[in-house]
Design a protein around this ligand. Structure first.
Ligand SMILES: C[S@@+](CC[C@H](N)C(=O)[O-])C[C@H]1O[C@@H](n2cnc3c(N)ncnc32)[C@H](O)[C@@H]1O
Length: 273
């Protein structure tokens, strides 16, 4: 398949980091996520991932956080087979294909128009997976999403690009749109934002990061009275760390004793409303 890619904006270009992180995980000796479709997309596009300087730490972290986000969505779908799923800032992620999605659930992938156009050429269509071409900061795109059903909203790699006001206003619109639901995304502390601005693997997006960082996940509960923290998922404490290469396993085990150090990479926040 020959696909000529449009020129993405730097913000859209950030999708390569996570896509290639998952593809490289799939090519590793012991994949954490094992996302063969991401790998296939990178091969199809013959994308030069070498220029991204993806290191082992970044690859493991991207794969593990995707797995944790997948687990929250999968668990919600078991409890609510009629749910609406929103994958915000979806990039070229293939989360829908990684999960067993009930035939009664509707899934919405949201990203900028140029990204959605490329997705549609690369990722096979599904009758209940819908695409929305939009800037999530705009208020009208949610009009296309059914209301009155429980929703699970997932965002992998998006929140760092929103300011705190943009994030709070997005969450309020989402919470007001659905009767109940859950929100899960990877977050950053203030220190982690500083690290991301300087680390080799994420330097390419450093200038685009607007989120100042969140040191106390409960702070977000103040944005809407319906919002409650379910769980903070610190990646270094998750069982999959046992499958990391020995040096990285030891490193994660050591930092797992300190919440501050464990949150140095992104961690996952899970809320309900
Ligand atoms: C780091 S990438 C992550 C992509 C995907 N979630 C993944 O895990 O591979 C961030 C994505 O968010 C999208 N994005 C950033 N800001 C956005 C906005 N305001 N509205 C819609 N999409 C946005 C970008 O186009 C990009 O696809």
């Amino acid at each position: 398949m020959t696909i000529t890619l449009p020129t993405f904006t730097p913000l859209e270009d950030s999708l390569w980091l996570t896509l290639c992180g998952r593809a490289l995980d799939n090519r590793s000796a012991h994949p954490i996520l094992g996302d063969a479709m991401s790998d296939q997309i990178v091969r199809t596009l013959d994308y030069d991932y070498g220029r991204l300087n993806i290191d082992t730490n970044f690859r493991l972290s991207v794969a593990l956080r995707a797995k944790k986000l997948d687990q929250v969505v999968a668990d919600f779908l078991v409890r609510h087979p009629d749910a609406v799923v929103l994958d915000l800032g979806v990039g070229l992620d293939t989360r829908h294909a990684r999960l067993t999605v009930p035939a009664t659930a509707d899934w919405y992938d949201v990203d900028f128009p140029a990204v959605v156009a490329v997705r549609e050429r690369l990722i096979p269509a599904h009758p209940r997976r819908h695409a929305i071409s939009a800037d999530v900061r705009d208020s009208d795109w949610l009009d296309a999403v059914p209301t009155g059903r429980p929703a699970v909203i997932v965002a992998d790699g998006l929140m760092g690009f929103l300011s705190e006001d943009e994030m709070a206003s997005l969450w309020n619109r989402l919470i007001n749109h659905f009767p109940s639901g859950e929100l899960v995304f990877n977050a950053y502390t203030r220190f982690a934002v500083w690290v991301a601005r300087h680390a080799r693997g994420t330097k390419s997006v450093a200038g685009l990061m607007k989120f100042p960082g969140m040191d106390d996940p409960r702070d977000a509960e103040g944005w809407n009275p319906k919002l409650h923290l379910v769980r903070e998922i610190v990646l270094s404490k998750e069982p999959e760390v046992a499958e990391f290469p020995p040096g990285w396993r030891l490193f994660q085990r050591l930092i797992s004793h300190s919440t501050t150090l464990s949150r140095m990479a992104s961690f996952v926040l899970h809320y309900r409303f």
